[in-house]
Design a protein around this ligand. Structure first.
Ligand code: SF4
Ligand code: SF4
Length: 166
């Protein structure tokens, strides 16, 4: 079993929104959506690889001043709230840069509506540094992972092996 399989299995046990095995598309308004702390993201490229709806992208050059390779952020209007990126960043990297935010709260903060379908045209991701980064107005404190404490020794060994491989 791979680390991503452990993550998916554990998230399903927690009744967190459905995580399609193959590339999916938003079908309902999620309860929460993800945001990356762009100041913590050292863009390792892992979360874009595992997002089941492929809504995580590298920010355009110059989006976060002073950064050469730009960090990633998701196009939150496409996010299905599955938590996979949170677990990937927390368990397979040293950065723990992603948190989930209540969708109604995000609508209020950003002055938008989040629907039950993705927008017809993708809306490019923004840094949202002033809201969802450390030192921003709303960054969640504490650890991101919901499953770390529940993993068996065997599952932990799988993560240790994958982390060691880089
Ligand atoms: S897994 Fe974390 S550090 Fe890696 S690209 Fe995603 S947010 Fe950035
Ligand atoms: S929670 Fe993360 S992995 Fe899941 S759809 Fe949203 S951005 Fe993608």
């Amino acid at each position: 079993m791979s680390a991503i399989e452990v993550i998916k299995r554990r998230l399903k046990e927690d009744r967190i929104p459905e995580t399609p095995e193959e590339l999916g598309r938003k079908k309902k308004r999620p309860r929460e959506v993800a945001f990356m702390d762009v100041n913590l993201c050292f863009p390792c490229g892992k979360c874009p690889e595992f997002c089941p709806v492929q809504c995580i992208e590298y920010l355009r050059p110059g989006s976060v001043p002073g950064r050469g390779v730009q960090p990633v952020q998701d196009r939150f209007q496409e996010c299905i709230g599955c938590y996979i990126c949170v677990e990937v960043c927390s368990l397979l990297t040293d950065y723990d840069a992603i948190r989930m935010y209540d969708t109604s709260f995000v609508e209020e903060v950003l002055g938008v509506k989040v629907g039950d379908q993705p927008p017809e045209e993708p809306i490019p991701a923004q840094p949202y540094e002033e809201y969802f980064s450390e030192g921003g107005l709303y960054r969640h404190l504490g650890k991101g992972s919901r499953i770390r404490e529940k993993m068996s020794a065997e599952e932990r060994a799988i993560f240790a092996r994958e982390r060691a491989r880089g």
